[in-house]
Ligand binder design. Sequence first.
Ligand SMILES: CC(C)(COP(=O)(O)OP(=O)(O)OC[C@H]1O[C@@H](n2cnc3c(N)ncnc32)[C@H](O)[C@@H]1OP(=O)(O)O)[C@@H](O)C(=O)NCCC(=O)NCCS
Length: 163
Amino acid sequence: MSTTEATPHADIKFRIATIDDLSAIFHLGERLFTSQESSNLYRTWDEYEVTHLFNSEPEYMWVACMDEQVIGFLLGSIIEKRYTAWNYGHLLWLGVDPAFAGQGIGARLFDRYRDLVEAAGVRMLMVDTQADNDKAIRFFRSKGFANPIDHIYMTLNLETQSR
Ligand SMILES: CC(C)(COP(=O)(O)OP(=O)(O)OC[C@H]1O[C@@H](n2cnc3c(N)ncnc32)[C@H](O)[C@@H]1OP(=O)(O)O)[C@@H](O)C(=O)NCCC(=O)NCCS
């Protein structure tokens, strides 16, 4: 697969991220994963997440660019399960600049990730998001994800809670 490709309808290019993209990915994520929109994503999105994934699995870090400006990103990984034939693809982060929403950019990023992990032997993809993130849930359903499993996420505020 080519690592750079232009869409026919616009000057949007999709390519594997380079070190020069990390800052733009991080800052776009800061705009998307806000405490108001999704407290869980807000808590876990930081510079370390971006640099760690770039160091560990750079082949699954993709960006969508317009005029060399990052307008979307996907950060994924592969989980290899020892002693089984099952490898899982874990789509960790997906974000598209709201100014470019609804133009198929998220879908194209996802399709590239899917092709790559399928070629690497992945048999199942996983994704998780907050139950009230309707946009993301609709997006993932449109890409074929199904069978949502309830997963309770709990927090304990150590400042306000006494023993
Ligand atoms: C979820 C997200 C990545 C979608 O990106 P996008 O580029 O706007 O999505 P696409 O244009 O590729 O849409 C693909 C499909 O998703 C669904 N979809 C996307 N946005 C939608 C919306 N606002 N309302 C309804 N359906 C939507 C549609 O089914 C669409 O298919 P269609 O165009 O054939 O109708 C983007 O909204 C985003 O960055 N959200 C904030 C970050 C986030 O929550 N990420 C996911 C968890 S990490």
